[in-house]
Design a protein around this ligand. Structure first.
Ligand code: ZN
Ligand code: ZN
Length: 584
């Protein structure tokens, strides 16, 4: 880069401030990124009133010399060296070069910085330098922003409520700490600690420090790669789900990004492991050649475009699916006591109340049997290969409320939702049958005639091959009517007509952009539900036994095809604790 260009651009700064400083968290982001670039291993952020009052960032990074400190607040000034291989640089350059001067133009700033020699103390108001003098030589930088937007009252109005500003700061610092496990972060608001990480360099430990034991103990490590991408991270077991996508955290080459394609890949991987409107907790690190990413999207939006997205999509989906398949996912009925920071919990709860006003959704509070003082049990042996589920033997002992099978084995007691369980078994059978190229048709003794509306009739006529391919035998029979003489063998006896009508509905409903896989999925799910025993139907001991055996053989025995749980567990340990047989 050429010489640093400096102009009197206070007005431009103020205008730019409106674009750069959308909210307090964008200031926190800017300052924290500067600290990281300065090589800090410890970053402490103190907020007052969610950042509206003041923002102080303290780091132990390399610090600045006096001249650099002055230049940092001038537009287009940057002391950073251009690195060809860091494509993110292009993204951040425009933003970074302008951010500090922009922030300074609409606030009071004090800076104390030192490279280890003589320190510099600097004070600015509304972008005007008020004081610059020598100070002590503590290495690092302390930057304070007060009176934000004091000279642009119109802008001040754009700031959200204290709680809402705070929420986005907390969310940012959490994500940022996960992207930088080697750096210790502390975030406080009005002197209360909200985020604290140790900088251990261990991602799982950082997840634990941020989310607490309840979540960290239910994260599965994943790691995979293909020619272009390296994947590493942790995915949450389906029993921990959130109401929004915010807890799917994605980093590409060390930067937290927001990318809908990647989020979709993660979400697709959990298909039938969770209800559609719930989202998993996932921390995913992706490393790739910088030439495969295009950062020329909106600079503040953190979005990037990924070339070879299809390959990345495949890698993410197969890796997560495999990890879910390999792990025993029966949720414990007894939740471990959370060690979540109570102060943060309070803040987050009030934020959630605010959020739920808008979204009509509450943060997922896990279905928990609240038994009070069930102590925290540290256990890291949660990963058991799914083949063990296939070997698992569950012995039914009875049926409660005509709905839940109670079963036992040497490890504990299980409750199984009989409808959900059978739905899963039937779903996998149906999927298998539909995938099979070989079609088996059962002839109907009494043919079934189905009368349709004119438009429906035309649509089905056009798509007859789809129905014939899966084993239906039918022909035209008078006006807008078909006669069915045979159906695929897997159709439930006694429900033939209903099932045929359901499949016709699915076909008609899904015709625009017809997708074979999705069509099969919908048939499999719809018929699985239809075929499965309802609640309040008593089934025999033998039938219970058979159902449990079949469930254990499933690829995903833990959820019905709608993503609801099929089975929960009370471990021997939990029972002994509850009955005070075990005291530790
Ligand atoms: Zn159902
Ligand atoms: Zn279901």
């Amino acid at each position: 880069m050429n010489k640093i260009r400096i102009m009197d651009e206070n007005l431009a700064n103020k205008i730019a401030a409106g674009e750069v400083v959308e909210k307090c968290s964008s200031i926190v982001k800017e300052l924290a990124e500067n600290s990281v670039d300065a090589g800090a291993t410890e970053i402490i952020i103190h907020l007052k009133e969610g950042g509206r009052g003041s923002i102080h960032v303290i780091d132990n990074g390399s610090g600045m010399e006096k001249e650099d400190a002055k230049l940092a607040f001038q537009r287009h000034a940057t002391s950073k060296l251009y690195k060809d291989d860091d494509l993110f640089f292009i993204d951040t350059l425009g933003f970074r070069g302008e951010a500090l001067p922009s922030i300074a133009s609409v606030s009071h700033v004090t800076l104390k910085t030192s490279t280890g020699d003589i320190g510099t103390f600097l004070k600015m108001e509304g972008g005007v330098l008020k004081t610059i003098e020598e100070t002590d030589a503590r290495k690092g930088t302390i930057l304070s922003i007060d009176h934000l937007f004091y000279n642009t009252p119109a802008r001040l109005k754009y700031l959200k409520s204290e709680q809402s500003e705070l929420a986005s700061c907390v969310s940012f610092v959490e994500r940022f700490s996960l992207a930088h496990p080697k750096i210790s972060f502390t975030l406080t608001n009005d002197d209360r600690i909200l985020v604290k990480t140790s900088g251990s360099g261990n991602l799982h430990k950082t997840i634990h420090e941020i989310y607490g034991l309840q979540i960290s103990s239910k994260m599965i490590e994943i790691s995979a790669n293909n020619n272009d991408f390296d994947l590493y991270g942790y995915i949450g077991k389906p029993e921990i789900l959130k109401s929004n996508r915010n807890h799917m955290i994605v980093m590409v080459n060390g930067r937290v990004i927001k990318n809908l394609d990647i989020i979709r890949a993660i979400n697709d991987a959990y298909y039938t492991y969770k209800p559609d409107i719930k989202y998993p907790v996932v921390v995913l690190k992706i490393e790739t050649d910088p030439t495969l990413i295009d950062v020329n999207v909106h600079p503040t939006k953190q979005d990037i475009k990924i070339n070879k997205m299809n390959a990345l999509y495949e890698l993410i989906v197969t890796t997560i699916k495999e990890a879910l398949y390999q792990n025993l996912l029966i949720p414990d009925a007894i939740e471990r006591m959370s060690n979540t920071n109570p102060v943060k919990q309070e803040v987050m709860n009030s934020i959630l109340k605010e959020e739920s006003k808008n979204t009509f959704e509450k943060e997922n509070v896990q279905a928990t049997f609240d038994l009070g003082n069930v102590a925290v049990k540290e256990k890291s042996d949660t990963i058991i290969i799914n083949s063990q589920m296939k070997q698992l033997k569950l012995y039914p002992v009875g049926l409660a409320h005509g709905t839940y099978i109670i079963a036992e084995n040497e490890e504990g007691i299980y409750l199984i939702d009989q409808h959900a369980a059978q739905e899963r078994v039937n779903y996998e059978k149906n999927m298998e049958a539909l995938k099979n190229k070989q079609v088996y048709t059962t002839s109907l003794l009494v043919p079934i005639t189905i009368e349709l509306s004119n438009s429906e009739f035309i649509k089905i006529h056009e798509q007859e091959t789809i129905l014939k391919e899966i084993g239906f035998d039918f022909e035209e029979f008078g006006v807008n009517t078909f006669v069915f003489k045979g159906h695929p063998t897997w159709l439930l006896e006694g429900y033939e007509e209903e099932s045929i009508r359901k499949i016709i509905d699915l076909l008609i409903g899904g015709l625009t952009g017809f997708d074979r896989v999705k069509f099969n999925e919908s048939i499999a799910i719809t018929l699985a539900c239809k075929m499965s025993i309802k609640a309040n139907m008593r089934i025999s001991h033998e039938a219970q036994e058979e159902l449990l055996n079949e469930l254990c053989e499933c690829d995903n025995p833990y959820h019905c095809p709608h993503g609801r749980p099929t089975i929960i567990k009370f471990s021997i340990y939990d029972l002994e604790r509850m009955f005070k047989r075990a005291m530790n």
